[in-house]
Design a protein around this ligand. Structure first.
Ligand SMILES: *[C@@H]1O[C@H](CO)[C@@H](O)[C@H](O)[C@H]1NC(C)=O
Ligand SMILES: *[C@@H]1O[C@H](CO)[C@@H](O)[C@H](O)[C@H]1NC(C)=O
Ligand SMILES: *[C@@H]1O[C@H](CO)[C@@H](O)[C@H](O)[C@H]1NC(C)=O
Ligand SMILES: *[C@@H]1O[C@H](CO)[C@@H](O)[C@H](O)[C@H]1NC(C)=O
Ligand SMILES: *[C@@H]1O[C@H](CO)[C@@H](O)[C@H](O)[C@H]1NC(C)=O
Ligand SMILES: *[C@@H]1O[C@H](CO)[C@@H](O)[C@H](O)[C@H]1NC(C)=O
Ligand SMILES: *[C@@H]1O[C@H](CO)[C@@H](O)[C@H](O)[C@H]1NC(C)=O
Ligand SMILES: *[C@@H]1O[C@H](CO)[C@@H](O)[C@H](O)[C@H]1NC(C)=O
Ligand SMILES: *[C@@H]1O[C@H](CO)[C@@H](O)[C@H](O)[C@H]1NC(C)=O
Ligand SMILES: *[C@@H]1O[C@H](CO)[C@@H](O)[C@H](O)[C@H]1NC(C)=O
Ligand SMILES: *[C@@H]1O[C@H](CO)[C@@H](O)[C@H](O)[C@H]1NC(C)=O
Length: 595
């Protein structure tokens, strides 16, 4: 910058400038997108991409006292990190730690000036050092941090897009290397305050490279996108993509296969959309969108849909419940392995026994009526529950058993993937081994007959109670249908109710694919759109299956399907949708076209 060093005025200016950089207002110094080899990033200094989209510097997640080099959205008021450099090696003092170009790499030095993270592309020896002082690191507007030779800006030596953490940004390639059979990988954070790699990852299936899956601990797949279909530009098990991509409404998604690698890439049509795919600490793949007007992130979709479908989400001996604020509970007789993690809503550590069992102790089996069966049972034939118990349970290592339909199932070791069932299910009882002290019974050795009599009357009582609850549940369910239950059940509307709601189809909003869309108001005041499907040559069965497919779709930019109606005489079908988001009750033209 200082071209004429003999000019005292200019010299004074640059000294002042340097002074400001070092002490007063470090941000002034780095209102740039590049780290040159003569600069370093420390303390609260950051670099910002040229269009002001992304920012890079030290951050500490939540209330953590650990600091990491990360990249976040500059315009988003809630700190949202899309990439972290030193995931596993935090620093504590940011003012004595420094990120700088060293020997041709971008390197993070900790408080003791020990390198703890590096781009690792060039060694400091040989010819490398001759050009090392021209390497620059530049933050681009798409969220890519690139390392290149300052003299030759076309060659990218390293880029953060090739080393994602938990987030896949629009415009970045998700690669599969065909030569090594290795997929790029997204790995969830351990918890919301610790970016080190957690148990969940999202990767390309190495066997069938045109599909992704979510994997637990790099070994147990629990959700897959299904295979990519070039024709419909969507994955077989993500039907909502078909609607979104085919209409080129929101984003385009493509798969490119070459000799040495294949990759997936997506773009949002409106490039100013702030959005990302990431594998969440919950193990779900989430597509989120920043809503400027309400200053909040909103989840467009999450997969698997239900939290309890995530493999081992509640850990061993935990029971998952999708209808409760607290997703996980320990089984009777168990307590959280780490109450702290449990409080932070990280349940993967599971539960441990309150009192140990086996080896000379007196054990009992606790009857659990409200949980599903765990995964990985060993199944044997048996004629009765008694036989099941007497034959197989001598094996002391078994933790639970169940008897159903002449089949005796036993579980050895940890019980995983249990789900809390909302209702009593007759005949589905899981017996869990517990220390006798954990089971609240009169343990004095009394006459067996009495025990049996008591047991029978208790069973009958329980059965009647269960039956009653079952009836109540059923009755309650029946009344809920059509008002609240999202997608679980779609209402079948009467034609005359639709005619009434739409004032005899008087207010036409526009034309969508395959028919006209009318505005209506339900008796409860909610605004709906009614689509009249015209000239569709399909049977009722086909129509119903179509409706149920749309019903499962729940994308923010699409209206939510409430139900359907059928008018046999006119051979017309109707679908009825409502806006999901609360801040507006008007359907956009885009949505109408998509209904
Ligand atoms: C650092 O190097 C860059 C490029 O070589 C140069 O433009 C800039 O003026 C230098 N900055 C300082 C503070 O020396
Ligand atoms: C950056 O750190 C310096 C030194 O501690 C402090 O004086 C300054 O207020 C900080 N700036 C911002 C924007 O936080
Ligand atoms: C940080 O701690 C405060 C007080 O302990 C708490 O209210 C807040 O929710 C915590 N923030 C996060 C992100 O955990
Ligand atoms: C810096 O990193 C080295 C290597 O990981 C470690 O031994 C040292 O304790 C760290 N220094 C500080 C102050 O944490
Ligand atoms: C880069 O380093 C070489 C050798 O160390 C030196 O000759 C050259 O002047 C340096 N270039 C810059 C721009 O500092
Ligand atoms: C990659 O996978 C393919 C098909 O599964 C196999 O034929 C090939 O040998 C594998 N290559 C390597 C390097 O593992
Ligand atoms: C994850 O897998 C590794 C071995 O690949 C194993 O050592 C570790 O215990 C597993 N973690 C859990 C929580 O099971
Ligand atoms: C694939 O790799 C080979 C060997 O490295 C190279 O010669 C070839 O050009 C590559 N093909 C493509 C399309 O990049
Ligand atoms: C997807 O959209 C991007 C940006 O709008 C465009 O550059 C690209 O060519 C599109 N790709 C396909 C396959 O349509
Ligand atoms: C693109 O998105 C931005 C921010 O959400 C919005 O302000 C703008 O109107 C959108 N542009 C188009 C063409 O929809
Ligand atoms: C207990 O069951 C396991 C698994 O079926 C078996 O390997 C083991 O030999 C059994 N032990 C006894 C004492 O029967």
């Amino acid at each position: 910058m200082v071209t004429n060093k003999t000019n005292p005025c200019c010299f004074l200016f640059s000294v002042l400038f340097l002074f400001m950089c070092l002490s007063l207002e470090p941000h002034v110094c780095f209102a740039v997108d590049t780290i040159f080899s003569n600069q370093s990033l420390s303390g609260n200094q950051t670099i910002v991409s040229s269009g002001g989209v992304f920012e890079l510097g030290f951050f500490s997640p939540g209330n953590s006292s650990n600091y990491y080099i990360g990249m976040w959205y500059k315009q988003v008021s809630q700190l949202t990190t899309v990439w972290v450099a030193n995931r596993e090696e935090p620093v504590r003092d940011v003012f004595s730690s420094v990120l700088k170009i060293s020997d041709g790499n971008l390197v993070l030095f900790n408080e003791s000036q020990v390198p703890i993270w590096s781009t690792n592309v060039r060694s400091g020896s040989g010819s490398g050092s001759a050009i090392s002082n021209s390497t620059v690191a530049m933050l681009l507007d798409d969220g890519n941090l690139v390392l290149r030779d300052g003299l030759d800006s076309s060659t990218i030596l390293w880029q953060s897009f090739d080393h994602p953490t938990d987030t896949w940004l629009p415009g970045s390639k998700f690669r599969f290397n065909k030569r090594t059979n290795q997929s790029q990988l997204l790995t969830s954070w351990k918890n919301s305050e610790d970016p080190s790699p957690g148990l969940f990852s999202f990767e390309i299936d190495p066997v069938q490279t045109n599909q992704f899956f979510s994997v637990w601990n790099r070994s147990q797949p629990y959700w897959t996108t299904g295979t990519w279909d070039q024709q419909t530009m969507s994955f077989s098990l993500v039907p909502e993509m078909r609607v979104v991509t085919m209409s080129s409404l929101i984003y385009n998604f493509s798969c490119v296969s070459g000799e040495n690698e294949s990759y997936f890439i997506y773009y949002y049509h409106n490039s100013s959309t702030i959005t990302k795919f990431s594998i969440d600490v919950s193990g779900q793949l989430k597509d989120v969108l920043w809503l400027e007007n309400i200053q909040e992130w909103t989840v467009s979709f999450s997969k698997p849909r239900q939290q309890c479908e995530v493999y081992a989400f509640c850990g061993a001996f935990g029971s998952c419940n999708d209808n409760s604020l607290l997703s996980c509970n320990c089984l009777t007789g168990f307590q959280p392995t780490s109450p702290q993690n449990w409080d932070q809503q990280v349940y993967s550590g599971g539960c441990v026994r309150k009192a140990s069992v086996g080896a000379g102790r007196e054990d009992r089996f606790f009857e659990s009526h409200f949980t599903s069966f765990p995964i990985d049972p060993q199944n044997m034939m048996a004629v009765s529950s008694m036989e099941c118990k007497s034959t197989y349970l001598k094996n002391c290592s078994c933790t639970a058993y169940a008897f159903k339909n002449n089949q005796c199932s036993i579980w050895i070791g940890d019980l995983l993937n249990l789900q809390h069932l909302g209702q009593f299910t007759a005949g589905k009882v899981l017996y869990i081994r517990l220390a006798a002290s954990e089971i609240d019974t009169d343990s004095s050795p009394i006459n067996k007959k009495r025990v049996i009599v008591v047991a029978i009357s208790v069973s009958i009582g329980l059965f009647l109670l269960g039956l009653m609850m079952f009836m109540i549940m059923k009755w309650r369910r029946g009344t809920i249908i059509g008002t609240e239950h999202e997608n679980a059940s779609l209402t079948v509307f009467e034609y005359r109710d639709l005619a009434k709601a739409t004032k005899n189809f008087s207010e036409r909003l526009g034309r969508g694919g395959f028919g006209s869309v009318f505005k209506g108001t339900l008796p409860d005041g909610s605004i709906i759109a009614v689509k009249k499907l015209e000239s569709i040559n399909q049977g009722e069965k086909q129509f119903r299956s179509e409706v149920s497919t749309i019903g499962k779709i729940n994308h923010l930019n699409l209206a939510r399907l409430l139900g359907s109606a059928l008018r046999v005489r006119e051979s017309c079908w109707y679908t009825i949708s409502s806006r999901k988001d609360p801040w507006t009750d008007i359907f956009s033209m885009e949505q109408i076209q998509n209904l």
